[in-house]
Design a protein around this ligand. Structure first.
Ligand SMILES: [Zn+2]
Ligand SMILES: [Zn+2]
Length: 349
């Protein structure tokens, strides 16, 4: 085993602090990665605070990992020492179900193996995330980080990037389409950039009027403040697609009214359950659907797309010791638009 410095929550009530974990020695098909940067996802907060009901402590969060290959197993051919690589939200899956065979491992019928707060297939050892110096991952679950994206700005692509890229691609966003992005946080800001890079005309719908300038700078052509309920009738029937990134309760019916005939609204945020009125879908044959991250093949495609279109996350790089303060700032939406931990600030060892 490889002793590895990390930052962990020892209980749902405890702040994160220094901790030591053991990484497995790379097996024949494994890659050992020295982590350079790790993005801070909203789900890290929920999980570290035990808010999703399945928390295992001590917990080392982090699933937006970028680093360099430090060692490879005897059978590894795709990766070499020194390669710049990424690891996203999962590190394994069953590999034989219909979803895995289709390259949609995120929908594995046996359940994916999350990068942290899960158990390894086989050994049942707990998985630990990217708030740590290094990680051992099966070669098939490693992504190549293409040249041209600053590494700290690449890290958030591994969750926020693929979460927004996958539905825009899957549901067929086309150049010239009218795309509405609901919410301008970590996910929303990536949706604006990626949607614009795909050639769509992007409108940001946000509760906070103060985000207008940012929305336009990120690539949106229009901003609509949703605090005024009149906007829902003013803009009725306008959009081909709505990507809804909001995790606070809001009325889906009102947003569905903004779709044109055959339009699609995709949920990637997870609010409390609300009421859906069938006529909101029936009239004008609208679709309401959801999407979860993306498979390995599609995540690689997204990284290559972002490099080709010069798309990267807007980040604020922090030291690991600032993580608890960063969580508080995220809870008050005080980040533009993703915190990324510089892992060099974690103790050597
Ligand atoms: Zn995430
Ligand atoms: Zn599977």
């Amino acid at each position: 085993m490889i002793a590895t410095p990390a930052y962990a929550a020892e209980s749902a009530k405890a702040p994160l602090g220094p901790f030591s974990i053991q990484r497995r020695e790379p097996g024949p098909r494994d890659v050992l990665i020295e982590i350079l940067y790790c993005g801070v996802c909203h789900s890290d907060i929920h999980q570290a605070r035990g808010e999703w009901g399945d928390a295992m402590f001590p917990m080392v969060p982090g699933h937006e990992i970028v680093g360099r290959v430090a060692k490879v197993g005897a059978e590894v051919q795709r990766w070499q020492v020194g390669d710049t690589v990424g690891v996203g939200c999962f590190v394994d899956s069953c590999r034989h179900c219909e979803a895995c065979e289709a390259g949609e491992e995120q929908y594995c019928h046996e359940g994916l193996t999350a990068t942290y707060n899960a158990r390894e297939r086989g050994t049942q050892a707990p998985t630990y995330g990217g708030y740590s110096r290094r990680i051992t991952v099966d070669q098939d679950y490693v992504l190549r980080v293409p040249e041209g994206i600053p590494l700290e700005r690449a890290a958030p692509l591994l969750c926020a990037g693929i979460t927004t890229y996958s539905p825009l691609k899957h549901f067929g966003l086309k150049p010239g389409d009218a795309l509405a992005v609901v919410g301008l946080g970590g996910l929303g800001h990536m949706a604006v950039k990626i949607g614009a890079a795909m050639g769509a005309r992007v409108t940001v719908l946000s509760h906070s009027p103060g985000k207008q300038e940012d929305a336009l700078a990120l690539g949106a052509s229009e901003f609509i403040a949703t605090r005024d309920p009149a906007v829902f009738s003013e803009h009725a029937g306008r959009f081909d697609m709505i990507l809804d990134t909001v995790s606070a309760a809001h009325d889906y019916n009102a947003y569905l009214g903004l779709l044109r005939r055959d339009g699609t609204m995709v949920l990637v945020g997870v609010p409390e359950p609300g009421v859906l009125a069938a006529p909101a879908l029936i009239f004008q044959r609208k679709r309401l659907t959801g999407s979860l991250i993306g498979g390995i093949r599609e995540t690689q495609e997204m990284l290559d797309f972002c490099a080709a279109h010069r798309v990267a996350a807007d980040v604020e790089v922090i030291k690991i010791a600032d993580i608890n303060a960063a969580y508080e700032r995220m809870l008050s939406s005080d980040v533009r638009y993703r915190f990324v931990i510089d892992i060099a600030s974690l103790a050597q060892g």
